[in-house]
Design a protein around this ligand. Sequence first.
Ligand SMILES: *[C@@H]1O[C@H](CO)[C@@H](O)[C@H](O)[C@H]1NC(C)=O
Ligand SMILES: *[C@@H]1O[C@H](CO)[C@@H](O)[C@H](O)[C@H]1NC(C)=O
Ligand SMILES: *[C@@H]1O[C@H](CO)[C@@H](O)[C@H](O)[C@H]1NC(C)=O
Ligand SMILES: *[C@@H]1O[C@H](CO)[C@@H](O)[C@H](O)[C@H]1NC(C)=O
Length: 912
Amino acid sequence: MNQYSLADAMTDKGNFTVPKLSESNMGFGVLGVFLGLLLEVSTHGPHAVPRTSWRHQDLDLMEFSEPGIYNYSTLLLSEKQDALYVGAREAIFELSKKNVTVRNNKVLWRVADNSMTMCTQKGKSKERDCLNYIRVLQVVNDERLYVCGTHAFQPLCDYLNLADFSLDSRHEDGRGKCSFDPSQSFTTVMVDGALYSGTAYNFLGSEPIISRYSPSQSLLRTEYSTSWLNEPSFVFADVIREGNNGDSGEDDKIYYFFTEVSVEYEFFGKLLIPRVARVCKGDLGGQRTLQKKWTTFLKAKLVCSMPELNFVFNVVHDVFILKADDRKDTVIYAVFTSQWGNVGLSAVCAYSIEAVEEVFANGKYMQKVTVEQSHTKWVRYNGVPPTPRAGACINNALRQQNINTSLQMPDKPLQFVKDHPLLEDPVLPIGNGPRLITKDVNYTQIVVERVRALDGNIYDVIFTGTDKGVLHKSVLFEGDVHMVEEIQLLKNSEPIKNLLLSSETRSLYAGSDSGVVQSPTSFCGKYSTCFDCILARDPYCAWDRRTSTCLSILDTPNQNPRNLIQSLNGDADVCPSVSGRFLKDYQRVTVKPGSSAELPCLVQSNLAQVLWKSNGSLLTEASRFHFMAETGLLIYSVAPEDQGYYECWSVEWAPGAKKNFSRLLGGYVLALDLPPAPTHQAGDVATTLSKQEMPSFHDVEDEGNGKTDRAPLTSALAPPSFTATDLFTSPPQTDSSLTSSSGSTAKLQPKQQPHPPNTIVPLRDGGDPSAEYLQHNNSIALLFLFLLFFLLFLAALVYNCYMQYLPAPCLRVRAALLGTHKSASQPEYRACEAGLMEPPAADKINLTEQPTQNGSQTTQNLRALRDTGYETEPDCSNGRVPTHGFGDDSPSQEKPFDVDCDSQSIQFADAD
Ligand SMILES: *[C@@H]1O[C@H](CO)[C@@H](O)[C@H](O)[C@H]1NC(C)=O
Ligand SMILES: *[C@@H]1O[C@H](CO)[C@@H](O)[C@H](O)[C@H]1NC(C)=O
Ligand SMILES: *[C@@H]1O[C@H](CO)[C@@H](O)[C@H](O)[C@H]1NC(C)=O
Ligand SMILES: *[C@@H]1O[C@H](CO)[C@@H](O)[C@H](O)[C@H]1NC(C)=O
């Protein structure tokens, strides 16, 4: 392999060997790949566009917040009671889950003065860090919750009595259960009375830990080693129970999801990798090896990529496990972005539980090997792994061998899993690619609900929350994803920090820094026509032909299904046919000659194309006609020949039905207000027009349809209740500013010209700050991207040149610039550079316990160069081959320099 391609390496499944990269090529290779693929993906990549956009002010959402209280980021739904528990900064609330504006209880938990003083003395801010952020809320039993807070960087836990909503004031140590730092990523789950957390174990947040705490057992935790966890950002943890299908006697498993710095790929800086890790519920740690540590900790790479575009989503932000009655139907949904945030793409990938279990049960292990004395690489372990399988949960097969708990596991597999926690086989997504890709958003949260539609089929509805307070709702159809709507959940543009779904209340609950919002899972009632109700393709919604309303099938389970119309492929032909619209309903617009006229036309769907017709024939954009993408038609300097009759049509392609559906949205009669005989003249035009036959609508119908004009025409027209006047007096409640499907926002200034009395809607301000889906000027973005990468490229060139990776011409330039003298520290610097390239290399090469004067100085230099955040670990060697022999009990032959620093870690790490 001549050029190292990140995408190749990350998606390459079989045939794994670490690419032999020639160092001089690396800079060019990687940059080249990225330059190419970023441009390609951001212009041509597939992405979903929400059909409908709802603004916050158009929806009547229930909201909760209290003055002076912030960071409502921990949510817990009670299954038994009508309660949503909310952990905020210094406060815990009990809200009604039917209506979050109803507060049933509240308790404050503040930081005592002495803790506050200690925290500020350590350099943390009094207003932000040294407060108590409630981050753990878990159910212990019907009477109590377990609660933990960051408590001024000294995490504490307590019990909350639900009867009187008071804290026990037990002040249990919260270290390992809750993060110290309120802004650090963190996850927790309570399983059978034990608290499983993924967090940091120390003040600096540099010692990651996956732990289990239960009142009856001692803390079980991960080894402190970069092979186990390497600067992870935890996003989610949950249990998957075995259930009682099968007699293998398998244990329940707790899965953790996080992004960490890769050890297995070489890259410029830190290459992030999304991971799934798993531990077994019954794990008790080892007897000698791995005492009080997980004996079942294994992790694997999660793949979410677009192989056809060589594009990799490598940062996981949130996970939702859609549990099914049959465990095998369980699906894990995860939202990803790419480490290179400027691409602006988010993706949802789905993993079947069977694929995950298969990797953990049978996947190949990876191992660290040392090459060229100081360099370590991770490669596939090709030897024969010990039996029982390292990291396996206790099951009936093991019990037959008299291994009933992990304490009875032989040493060999324990030692093996300690050194080989990483599996080589990746977990591949269902369909080998993302289920959903969206442009220009950063998803932060995901929940999924399975809905049974009227056709009897089950659909997965995905709700994704963004960092701008917007919620996207998408439906997975076979081989196709449709984004039903986009909802501006939060008033302000801020991240959705937590998202929960309750099928019972049919609500979503979103927590943010400023409050809690409750939203229904569907907005069927907002679709005023059958056409919209069907084209929305929302499995929750159906059109009721008796009442002519769009309603939620979940709200009215007793409805006679014969009265309901649902067509999830968007075939609006199923709608009842309606009579046509009459010219007398057309709105009259009279303007003075030479002034401009604006004919409003609001389109609810972002997927629809707007067509204007004049006197029955299609209008094309001319100097006098300007189409405003979302709001209507602007005619400059109206001349006598412009008089006549104008129609606004929406044409929407329904991919499921493979048809275009067109519909008349508005009609106008434009007349000139001529001074000599104004009323007469205008009246003339109107009369002439009304005497005309209805102009043919045929032109709008698509040719590829192959149908006669009739059927689409009827469906294209509004239902009886829907008249032109209705349309204009009550414009659709959406604002298409949230999403623009095409073209640019109008830049015209109609204020320069007086508005004719009949033009109603002023031009909307295009710069709505809440706009989530702003249209980007692609070419500028691309140019910017290109420049950015060109700069990066130059930087890489200079760096590589400086590091002497590049061939002779560069070296000559370098020599000329730097002179030929070599600094005394050159060898050390070079030795450390390996560490720069490959973080895990650093902890392989270890210092002897008493470094020489010279050595420790170098270490300090190197520390400055490269801050791993692992303050307890020596960062780099002084260039000498380290020696064995400070009581490492397992020097293995194939890894001559593999000296673990695990044993020394804890005491140092805790010294904070
Ligand atoms: C808490 O909320 C405040 C106010 O919105 C915000 O500035 C801060 O970043 C939040 N802190 C954390 C840790 O989320
Ligand atoms: C997504 O997040 C990244 C990093 O925080 C930021 O640079 C980027 O502007 C965000 N993109 C969007 C569309 O919000
Ligand atoms: C529409 O028809 C009227 C009457 O035939 C004609 O005067 C007018 O110029 C036409 N307008 C356009 C825009 O074609
Ligand atoms: C559907 O309508 C769009 C917009 O008018 C048009 O571009 C497309 O070709 C039509 N498709 C078919 C199959 O008629």
